[in-house]
Write a protein of this length. Structure first.
Length: 276
């Protein structure tokens, strides 16, 4: 029995280490590349540990792309706005579907879910024409407002969690003279903090990694985001692999920091939503 248990544990550790190597290998190679000189990236056979280790790729990155800092700031501004706006508007709509007693809320919620099945490519041309006519083309409006006001995924996510909170809390609040806003702000939201943080992480990451929308709706380079800026870097410095790796690392760093510092709330929110 002991040998059987030991062999099972060894096999589990083997597959865990194998999976860790598969998923972390590209990231480790990215870090190794950005710490190399340009000459080391062309060596054959390639070396994993840089010798010498250098950070010259970052100054070259900002020298070759003077708007790099602006793209980073733009991405933070857009993604932060999308994350905060999603928490406010999606949670309000989800609260209406989960806690109010409207007769048509089931039909309306079904319509909201139906929009999830519409591919974004179908609405691309109508939205492009609309933004052109209302003067919102080449602005951040198409990148922020539609994501904030029309996010059926997050409405569904919040609604499903809100429905698990006992309705007796609503009745107790109403007996104390509180209305729907009091129930929303002082009962539902405090009890839903892990799910709200998870929703913010998802919304931020979706917006941060979005390449398609900025490419279509933004024409000015000063208004572009980092995801499109990385494509410009590839076009101008395709031969400088440490610079490309440094740009990719900067794009990955905020996502990694968010997951690292908020992983407790993220895991708790996912687990609680799945169990309840």
């Amino acid at each position: 029995m002991r040998l059987t248990n030991l062999s099972k544990q060894l096999s589990q550790y083997f597959f865990l280490i194998l999976g860790l190597g598969i998923f972390s290998g590209p990231l480790l190679w990215l870090i190794s590349t950005m710490l190399k000189t340009q000459e080391q990236t062309f060596q054959f056979p390639p070396t994993f540990i840089p010798n010498p280790i250098t950070l010259d790729a970052f100054p070259r990155l900002f020298e070759s792309m003077p708007l790099m800092g602006r793209w980073i700031a733009n991405s933070f501004a857009i993604s932060g706005s999308v994350g905060a706006g999603t928490l406010l508007f999606a949670s309000l709509v989800a609260f209406g579907f989960a806690r109010t007693k409207g007769r048509s809320r089931g039909v309306l919620f079904a319509i909201v879910l139906a929009t999830l099945m519409i591919p974004s490519q179908i609405t691309l041309i109508p939205l492009y024409i609309m933004y052109k006519k209302i003067g919102m083309y080449n602005t951040w409006f198409p990148l922020i407002v539609p994501q904030v006001l029309a996010s059926p995924y997050f409405i569904f996510m919040f609604r499903q969690f809100f429905m698990t909170i006992p309705r007796e809390l609503d009745e107790a609040t109403q007996m104390d003279g509180g209305g729907y806003w009091t129930i929303y702000s002082r009962v539902i939201i405090p009890l839903s903090r892990p799910t709200m943080i998870t929703g913010f992480i998802f919304a931020f990451v979706f917006s941060w990694t979005d390449f398609f929308s900025p490419l279509i709706y933004i024409q000015s380079e000063k208004l572009q985001t980092l995801s499109v800026g990385l494509q410009m870097i590839m076009g101008q410095t395709s031969h400088d692999f440490p610079v490309l790796a440094a740009g990719a690392f900067i794009a990955l760093l905020p996502i990694g920091c968010i997951y690292f510092f908020a992983q407790r709330y993220f895991i708790e929110g996912v687990v609680m939503s799945g169990i309840k």
